[in-house]
Design a protein around this ligand. Structure first.
Ligand code: AMP
Length: 229
């Protein structure tokens, strides 16, 4: 049983890398951002509560986030473990989390802000299946259409200059201090997120003490590009 947290600034590839690791190790992948986006898309009550907050790049309140995470963790059958992405984002969430779960590793994807801006502003998302693309080095075969399902590629509502500035500020002010809390536990692995996703993927495995990746490279949907959330 493995329990991992993946952290990193927007556009560092958290979504991409956690999907790869999850499918490789049979882990349940929990992305708080994806859960909220699903709720917004499906016009649920939660969606109505978070839509504006997300579009502005702000953080959703801790109570709601914690109950969503708890629901997901208690509802899922995670026999082999989980990887959680986008949580915790501040000290209160980290304390809440550590009270209930032992963590085996915290992966931190490190990316300079200048590169974040370049990646995030070029990120596109398939409206149907959610695969991430970027217009720098993982362009779709047909412009504006998903290679996998033909769905429309859209820009995330929070991938704007304004929302990105808020998200970066929050990351440095609120999320970075969480690492100090984890660092005391000595299982934080920082990985350079600038290289190609395949390289980052191997570095993650190495830092977690896992053997090199042996999965089906060619068709791995999650290895498309570094623009993951
Ligand atoms: P992400 O896909 O991780 O960038 O998350 C998208 C948005 O969802 C964030 O900008 C927040 O508005 C919200 N969100 C996701 N995770 C959290 C969290 N742990 N705490 C508060 N808000 C969150």
């Amino acid at each position: 049983m493995r329990k991992y947290v993946i952290m990193g600034v927007q556009g560092s590839g958290k979504g991409t890398q956690s999907q790869i690791l999850a499918s490789d190790l049979d882990l349940v992948h929990i992305s708080v951002g994806d859960i909220f986006r699903w709720n917004v898309q499906n016009h649920t009550k939660i969606g109505a509560m978070v839509r504006r907050i997300m579009a502005a790049g702000e953080l959703v309140g801790d109570d709601l986030v914690e109950s969503v995470v708890q629901d997901r963790l208690t509802g899922h059958d995670w026999n082999y473990g989980f990887i959680i992405d986008g949580f915790p984002r501040n000290r209160a969430q980290a304390e809440f989390f550590l009270e209930s779960y032992d963590i085996d590793g915290v992966i931190v994807l490190d990316l300079p802000d200048s590169e974040v801006r370049r990646r995030v502003l070029n990120r596109r998302l398939c409206a149907s299946c959610g695969i991430n693309y970027n217009l720098i080095d993982s362009t779709p075969k047909v412009p504006g259409r998903c290679d996998s399902c033909g769905g429309e590629l859209i820009t995330r509502e929070d991938d704007t200059e304004e929302a990105l500035a808020v998200r970066l500020r929050d990351y440095h002010e609120k999320t970075n201090p969480v690492l100090d809390l984890f660092r005391r536990k000595e299982y934080v692995f920082t990985v350079d997120a600038r290289p190609a996703p395949e390289v980052v993927k191997e570095q993650i495995r190495k830092s977690l003490g896992l053997p090199p990746y042996k999965g089906d490279e060619g068709e791995h949907a999650a290895s498309r590009g570094p623009a993951g959330a």
